[in-house]
Design a protein around this ligand. Structure first.
Ligand code: SAH
Length: 371
């Protein structure tokens, strides 16, 4: 088994305790490799996975069906990482909570919890910062620091899930926080698999969405993974000129290529790709843009999310007036396309799409400091 040949330091997540093996983020077969190294029966791997992922238990002492001696060994040699929440900020109408997490490396990432009538969604970060440098995105303006490990991605999920009231459960996970998930392909995919595996957290793949700037080769690779998660492509413009101005990555992967890759993904998975389009006043919100977008959408099975621009510091971009947004939507929808307008939640606390950046003193009501 390939995973079994990895040594302990390769398996170690960065958010566990440094001298111990972090079990969070390990697949069942990786756990089986460790269990074999420890001369324990094979079924211990499934027991561990069930405690760590199924029951979300991170204290070895509570793993009651493991023999005492094995629990003592685990306490000595292994850990189950948890991330530290530095602060949680709740939006006015309590529709969004922004979490600032500090990783053991000292790096900070933000994640957002969003509620509506039907869904409880966690918006998760895949990198510290982002290298894509999209001009309208606060994370893009931070620059790139590093990739997160699968355990650091999952730590955000478990920390927020633990903070939910009893009557709530996470229904959806979206990789729309800080970073470009497909630029951290292996760790993103590993976390998607662990979130959705029956030996993992057991979520439905269809309730997990990976959002990308359009790294075409990685989108095509994703098409072949046999995963049923959703793919959202941040298109954001209907001409290459405008898209390159907003998203430098368009020079490498222009509109024709990213749409072809999204089509390949849609055909392989038999799902509709989601196109995201951030509406920015006088940049990409004209009737002509809507008509071009409608035409582009006819190339592939897709739906559209129109996201009114969320204003950020150091940017002259503005959100269009409501009637402009509605006119744009109507033109696109006249092509029989689904084109809802998605007003991001958590605008008042800088937790909305594209507003995440880990610096301090941002507006919002600090309701509590987490320990
Ligand atoms: N790198 C990924 C995921 C993070 S961004 C991607 O680009 O898809 C998640 C979504 O937020 C993207 O659709 C992006 O276009 C959008 N977004 C970024 N900045 C925004 C802003 N200031 N206002 C509204 N949406 C924004």
């Amino acid at each position: 088994m390939q995973e079994q040949s990895k040594n302990n330091s390769e398996l170690m997540g960065t958010s566990g305790s440094p001298e111990k093996i972090n079990l969070k983020g390990l697949t069942l077969s990786e756990l089986a490799g460790l269990v074999a190294e420890w001369d324990e029966p094979k079924y211990r791997a499934a027991q561990l996975a069930s405690w760590i992922y199924g029951k979300r238990v991170s204290n070895f002492e509570h793993m009651s069906n493991l023999p005492k001696g094995f629990r003592a060994k685990l306490m000595k040699e292994a850990s189950i990482s948890e991330v530290r929440a530095v602060s949680c900020t709740v939006s006015d109408a309590d529709v969004a909570t922004k979490y600032l997490f500090e990783l053991t490396s000292g790096d900070k990432v933000e994640s957002v919890l969003m509620h509506d009538q039907e869904r409880t969604t966690i918006c998760i970060s895949s990198q510290v910062g982002c290298a894509m440098a999209c001009d309208f995105c606060a994370t893009g303006k931070m620059g790139f620091f590093r990739n997160l490990s699968a355990s650091e991605i999952l730590d955000q999920f478990t920390a927020i899930e633990r903070d939910l009231s009893e009557d709530k459960a996470v229904t959806n996970v979206v990789f729309m926080g800080m970073g470009e998930p497909l630029a951290n392909y292996d760790q993103t995919l590993k976390s998607v698999r662990l979130l959705s595996d029956s030996d993992g957290y057991g979520m439905s793949e269809k309730r997990i969405t990976i959002s990308t700037v359009g790294l075409a080769p990685r989108m095509r690779q994703l098409a072949r993974e046999g995963l049923k998660c959703n793919l959202a492509l941040s298109l954001n413009a209907a001409t290459d000129n405008v898209r390159t101005r907003l998203m430098p990555i368009n020079e490498k992967y222009p509109i024709d290529e990213v749409l072809a890759a999204a089509k390949e993904w849609a055909l392989a998975t038999k799902r509709k790709a989601t196109l995201e389009y951030v509406l920015i006043r006088d940049v990409n919100d004209a009737d002509a843009d809507a008509k071009r977008l409608r035409k582009l959408m006819s190339r592939l099975p897709c739906k559209l999310n129109l996201i009114p621009f969320n204003e950020i510091e150091d940017s002259e971009f503005r959100r269009p007036e409501l009637n402009r947004i509605e006119c744009f939507r109507q033109i696109v929808a006249s092509g029989q396309h689904v084109a809802p307008i998605r007003f991001s939640k958590g605008h008042d606390i800088a937790a909305a799409c594209g507003q995440l950046r880990t610096d301090f003193g941002k507006p919002g009501t600090m309701i509590r400091k987490a320990s």
